[in-house]
Each structure stands twice: as structure tokens, then as C-alpha cells.
Design a protein around this ligand. Sequence first.
Ligand code: NI
Length: 156
Amino acid sequence: MALRNIRTEGDPILGKISKPVWEVTPKIKELIGDMLETMYNANGVGLAAVQVGILKRIVVIDVSEEGNDPIILINPEIIDKSGSQTGMEGCLSVPGKNGIVTRAEHVKVKAFDQNMKVFEIEGDELLARAFQHELDHLDGILYTSKVEGELEASED
Ligand code: NI
């Protein structure tokens, strides 16, 4: 595995729509491993393939405290959402900034795993926020377009 370069705001690729994955090739497996390593190395809780310059509908997320519970989503779709939460959000592609975003409180996601088997996963609170934030990346949307008020400087 290897670290990949994280694209940052202003890079036009972040505004592009990612393409579905039809087959999990060795190259895609390598990409997923690299995405996890890159996310953990940057202390992030989620990363979309577009953020490392690959326009494929792949997301990795880990909101666990220990950072040992990765969720890998291929071609994910939100199939249900409910409630509302308003809170601080950040993005590895927008370093040093935070902003307030309102998201659904609970979401259900349908996706494929690395064996291209379909599965469903539900999340609340931070996990629900991560699902929504990361899936937005696949459609070229950054959280900065949804921030209420001003972007703030983050503490880290
Ligand atoms: Ni992000």
C-alpha cells in the first residue's frame, strides 16, 4: 500500500462526477488499500476516490475511535434518510477549515462490497454525516457549498 496525494479545493477534478465501478480488479483493490492508508495517515474519517484523483464511485469511511473499523462502499446510494442534524464538518480536501452543515440524522445506504455483492448499511449522527459528505464527493459536491454562515479556521 502507498499514500496518495490528496487533491485540494481549487483542483477541478473535485467538481467532477465519478463513474460507477463494474469490476473489482487488482488495481481497484490496491486503490482501496491506498485510500484507507491515506485517510488514516491524514486523521480523516472518510475519503472518496476522487480526492486522490480517481473518478470512480468508491468511498472509505471509519468513524471509530480506534480507527480499526473501515467501511468500504462501491457505487453507494442513499436509499433512505430521516431527521436532521446541524454540526461542524471538515474535509481533507479543504485543509484547515470547518463549517456548519445541516444533514439528515439517519441514513440508509446501499452499496457493493469488494466482491461486488450488494449490501445495506445504516448510520446515525457522525456516521450518517460521513455517508452524506462522502457520497456528495462522488457527484462533485464539496461541503463548502452547503455551509451555513462562514467557513472557520479549524484548530488542527
Ligand atoms: Ni470531504
